[in-house]
Ligand binder design. Structure first.
Ligand SMILES: [Zn+2]
Length: 114
């Protein structure tokens, strides 16, 4: 019999449901706003949990979780060495109706605020 994954346990399923509810079923990246209607949402560990651990760890707590859309989950997906792509930072694509980038970290957005 295959070893059970933590992600198949009732512990994770309950935690994930609580995280989605806390985040109102929206991607938590500022400016993204993706919802269940527009993307497949996932729940990500902010501090990665130990790889391969099948029991709940001290990383498997609500305040270490965030809801991400598929796009942003892919942006911070861990490489095989456990490090995150792009240093764990996010970008938000697209522009608002004024033609400014939606991404709050984009230099244009900073110029508009200051
Ligand atoms: Zn997102």
């Amino acid at each position: 019999m295959a070893r059970q994954s933590y992600y198949d346990t009732p512990h994770w399923k309950a935690l994930k449901a609580a995280a989605l509810k806390r985040d109102r079923y929206q991607c938590t990246v500022p400016g993204c706003g993706a919802t269940r209607a527009t993307s497949r949402l996932t729940v990500d560990h902010i501090e990665p949990r130990p790889r391969g651990a099948t029991e709940p760890t001290d990383k498997d707590v609500l305040h270490n979780l965030r809801t991400l859309c598929k796009t942003h989950d892919n942006q911070v997906m861990q490489n095989s060495d456990g490090r995150r792509r792009g240093g764990g930072s996010f970008t938000v694509g697209g522009c608002d109706e004024d033609g400014f980038p939606i991404d709050p970290n984009h230099p244009w957005a900073k110029r508009r605020q200051g």
